[in-house]
Every structure is written in structure tokens, then in C-alpha cells.
Design a protein around this ligand. Structure first.
Ligand code: NAD
Length: 480
């Protein structure tokens, strides 16, 4: 229990990264950094204000005058330098994610690795983009949109920051990043790492502060052309409204309530561990978490027994321990949110198969909740409709394949989905009918060249690969 018992030196962050240098904050508000495993203060961060934000935007605007005209070879070289710089601090980044966020080390390492590999993936995708096409007397080029404001959530900080930086830089944009204020320590480690890439001044700027201060300034500032946002639907809606005044381009990566459709020919020894992994990955604080498990009525009892057996592997505790699968929630607020949904599920008549209300035994100090599986859930219950963002799975029974597809699609969200089954043709047929930006067959998998993003309330636009780069580009035609 190293991360829980040993107090390390308090980390004090007072700078932002503007115009290629760490500069003291103009904003004076100081926020404590709380360790979620025990609620202890492990650091503090001085939050940026509008003035810090405007300085960062001005630096990015100056840098865009040159970087916006860079060649794809120059951008590829910068992506390689960013990759090398981030790789050098891989273990420090993972340790910060465990300490500050409470990410379980077995998953935090994967998150950091996929963040780092985003630079390589963008370099590859860069080669596939038709930057210039001509016919007759027409030439079409793809131009960087301008200064991009990148606003992120707290649940996979290194991944979001690297992914957004990689796509924007590949497109020729300069950036101002507003990371979640709950990820200040992780951001500091990443920015120290990326500083070593020796980028052109002003290409990368990072201002940590509150959403309604720094985020709002990015959204309303006329010198910011594009917002790429990862976060909640409520804030996404506000950003879209506020950004309209300056005609902002938008990529919005929002929430999910992803269905996992277990077909009646699924082999439960593989399918149930896969379903539970998708439900509880990143301690359930994952936008793509498969939080609705749709089960054929004919196999419900068998599935319940398999879940009870498999849940033994989903141990909750110290995230620094490699045997632990579920860590604490990021904050007291998030702890209360998850608990309130567990209570709501019980009130609405769902049955707790595993878990339930309250902290797990022996983990009273931190923001730990019990990984919870509800059965007898109807798809119109609150726990099946609203994003909980914690380790809570709803098992919903269905009678026919058509009904399973109907229930899966009966959601305001459409970010991610999964199909589990033995007959692969049938699994593909079901996958093709699910209204989601990504569907995985027989377990969680990733492809950094495949688009990532949502249908419906899960957002607008796509990230990853060439789709992610295209989101930072404008087509321009010259006709003779
Ligand atoms: P949030 O919406 O509260 O905050 C996200 C970011 O927006 C933070 O940096 C916050 O400071 C900022 N912000 C808040 N108000 C703002 C404003 N008025 N203007 C500009 N910026 C503002 O979300 P969260 O609690 O940090 O993250 C959890 C949410 O993120 C969940 O809904 C989850 O599904 C979603 N998420 C989506 C994806 C995806 O890829 N689709 C990935 C991870 C998380």
C-alpha cells in the first residue's frame, strides 16, 4: 500500500507553459491536489486566469504564422520528437496517474502507452491524407484551421492530451491546452517531458485552470479557430452555444452508456470476463465503458452465476498494486455521484447481484466504491439511461436478437458498443445495426487509425488517425 501510507513531498505547481517556457501564473487562486486513495493533500496548483489564457492564445497565434505553413515532413519530424520526449517519461507519467487520479496501474500504463503512441499514429496518418489534389484548372489543398483550444477531462489525461496535440500538430495547428484541473500533476509531468522536444516557441501552450475561466476564454476568444473538447454532455452543449458567437469549429467527445450485446451462442468463460473488463475498465470512469450488458433471457441464470464467479477477479483497492482491478473514484464529488446512482438503482427496483452502497471494507479513507452489478434492470431505469461514470453494470434481459438491437440503440448515447458471440458472421450482422461510433467484437480492442467519436449525444466529429487530423483542417480551392 505504498501510495496510500507513505506521504511524499507536497508538489507545488505555480507555472503555466506559454511560448516555450514555464511562466509564473498571473491567476492567484490556489487549488489543493487531493489523493483519492486517502483524501490527503499531495500538492497544490495555482490556477490560470483569463490573462494567462490570453497570453497563451497570443503566443499560439504568433507561432501559427510560421508553423501553419510548415511542410508535412517538418510536422512528421516534430511528431517523432514529441514521441521520443514523451517515451522518456513513460514511468513518471504512469506513476502520476496512479497517485493523482487513482488509476489502477495495470490500466494506467496502457493509457499512457496509447497516449505516447498517438504521436507515431499521427505521423503514419499524415502520410495518408490527400493534402493537395488538382483537376482541370482547380487545385484543392487542406489547410490548418488555425489556433486550436484543446479542453480535456480527468479520466485519461495523458491519452487525451497526446492524442489532441498529435492530431493538431500533424494538421499544422498551434495549440492552447486547458487540461482538467484535476489532472494538474499529470499534466506537469507531461509538459516537462514535451518541453524536451524543443518545439518551435508558441506551438504548444498549456494553461491549467477552471473550465468557466480558462475554458470559457478559449471558447469565446476570436483568435481561437477550433475547440476540441473531451468531457460531459452538459459542458459540451454550453461550449457549442458559446462558441457559435465566434463560429468555432468543434470536435466534441462526450459521454456514453455503451451496450454489450451477449448473443445466445457466446462462450461464457470468455464472454463474461470480457464484458466485465469493458464495464470496469479504468475503474468504470471510462467514456466507452460497457455499462449495459444485454443477456438472452434463456441464459440469464447461467450468466448470473458466471458473473458471481468472475467478479472475484475484480478486486478493489490500492491502485499501485498490480493485482488490483478497480481503484478509487477521482474525487469526493465523483464518489457521491456513483453512490447516488447505486441508491437510485435500488429505489427503482433493480436487484443488486454484487456490490451495493457504501465503501468496501478496509477502504474507508479514500473515494472507493463497491464494483456493483445490477440485475432485473429495465432499459428505461435511470441506471440504464444515464452515464454513471463509475464501476456500475446493469444487466438487462432480452428475448430475441431484434429486441437486443432495439434495447442497445434505445439510448441518447452512441459512443461505443460490443458484441460477444461465437458465430462471427452473426456478430458482424448485429454490430452493423448498432448506432455507435465504434463497435468491438468479442472484447475490448483498439486501433489508433480507426475513428473514435459518437453518434447522438456522444458528440460531434471524430478523433484518431486521419479522421482526427482532418478535424483540424479546412479544404481550400484555387481556381484559375
Ligand atoms: P466536464 O465536462 O465536467 O469537464 C471537462 C473539461 O471541460 C474540464 O477541463 C473542465 O474544466 C472544462 N469545462 C468546464 N466548464 C467549461 C466551460 N464552461 N467552458 C469550457 N470548458 C469547461 O467533464 P469531466 O467531469 O471532466 O469528465 C467526465 C466526462 O467526460 C464524462 O461525461 C465522460 O463520458 C466524458 N468523456 C468522454 C470521452 C470521449 O472520448 N468521448 C472520454 C473521456 C471522458
Amino acid at each position: 500500500m505504498k501510495a496510500i501510507t507513505e506521504r511524499e513531498a507536497i508538489k507545488v505547481i505555480t507555472t503555466h507553459y506559454i511560448d516555450g517556457a514555464f511562466v509564473e501564473s498571473h491567476g492567484r487562486e490556489v487549488m489543493n491536489i487531493i489523493r483519492p486513495t486517502d483524501g490527503q493533500v499531495i500538492g497544490s496548483v495555482t490556477l490560470a486566469d483569463e490573462e494567462d489564457t490570453r497570453r497563451a492564445i497570443a503566443a499560439a497565434k504568433r507561432a501559427f504564422a510560421t508553423y501553419g505553413r510548415s511542410t508535412t515532413d517538418e510536422r512528421a519530424q516534430i511528431l517523432r520528437r514529441l514521441h521520443a520526449a514523451a517515451s522518456a517519461r513513460r514511468d513518471d507519467l504512469t506513476a502520476a496517474m496512479v497517485d493523482e487520479y487513482g488509476g489502477v496501474i495495470q490500466f494506467a500504463g496502457l493509457i499512457v502507452d496509447s497516449g505516447i503512441s498517438a504521436f507515431q499514429a499521427a505521423e503514419k496518418a499524415l502520410q495518408e491524407i490527400p493534402w493537395r489534389r488538382s483537376w482541370d484548372k482547380t487545385t484543392v489543398t487542406l489547410e490548418p484551421v488555425g489556433v486550436a483550444g484543446l479542453i480535456t477531462a480527468w479520466n485519461a489525461n495523458a491519452l487525451f492530451l497526446c492524442l489532441k496535440i498529435a492530431s493538431a500538430v500533424a494538421a499544422g495547428c498551434t495549440v492552447v491546452i486547458k487540461p482538467s484541473e484535476l489532472s494538474s500533476m499529470q499534466t506537469q509531468v507531461l509538459v516537462e517531458a514535451l518541453h524536451e522536444a524543443k518545439l518551435p516557441k508558441g506551438l504548444l501552450n498549456v494553461v491549467t485552470g477552471l473550465g468557466n475561466v480558462v475554458g470559457a476564454e478559449l471558447v469565446r476568444n476570436p483568435d481561437v479557430a477550433k475547440i476540441s473538447f473531451t468531457g460531459s454532455v452538459a459542458v459540451g452543449e454550453q461550449i457549442m452555444r458559446d462558441g457559435a458567437a465566434t463560429m468555432k469549429r468543434m470536435t466534441l467527445e462526450l459521454g456514453g452508456k455503451s451496450p454489450t450485446v451477449l448473443l445466445d451462442d457466446a462462450a461464457l468463460d470468455k464472454a463474461i470476463p470480457a464484458a466485465l473488463t469493458m464495464a470496469f475498465m479504468n475503474s468504470g470512469q471510462a467514456c466507452a465503458a460497457g455499462t449495459r450488458l444485454l443477456v438472452p433471457m434463456s441464459r440469464l441464470d447461467e450468466v448470473k452465476r458466471a458473473i458471481l464467479d468472475t467478479m472475484r477477479a475484480f478486486t478493489v483497492g490500492d491502485p499501485a498494486d498490480p493485482n488490483i482491478a478497480v481503484g478509487p473514484m477521482v474525487s469526493q464529488k465523483q464518489y457521491e455521484r456513483v453512490e447516488s446512482y447505486i441508491r437510485k438503482g435500488i429505489e427503482e427496483g433493480a436487484e443488486v447481484l454484487v456490490g451495493g452502497e457504501g465503501r468496501p471494507e478496509g477502504l474507508e479513507a479514500g473515494y472507493f466504491v463497491k464494483p456493483t452489478v445490477f440485475v432485473n434492470v429495465k432499459n428505461d431505469m435511470t441506471i440504464a439511461q444515464e452515464e454513471i461514470f463509475g464501476p456500475v453494470l446493469s444487466v438487462i434481459a432480452y428475448d430475441s436478437e431484434d429486441e437486443a438491437i432495439r434495447i442497445a440503440n434505445d439510448s441518447k448515447y452512441g459512443l461505443h458498443a460490443a458484441v460477444l458471440g461465437t458465430d462471427i458472421q452473426r456478430a458482424r450482422r448485429v454490430a452493423s445495426q448498432l448506432r455507435a461510433g465504434r463497435v468491438v467484437i468479442n472484447g475490448m480492442t483498439d486501433d489508433p487509425q480507426a475513428p473514435w467519436g459518437g453518434f447522438k449525444y456522444s458528440g460531434i466529429g471524430r478523433e484518431y488517425g486521419r479522421y482526427g487530423i482532418e478535424a483540424f483542417l479546412e479544404p481550400k480551392a484555387i481556381l484559375e
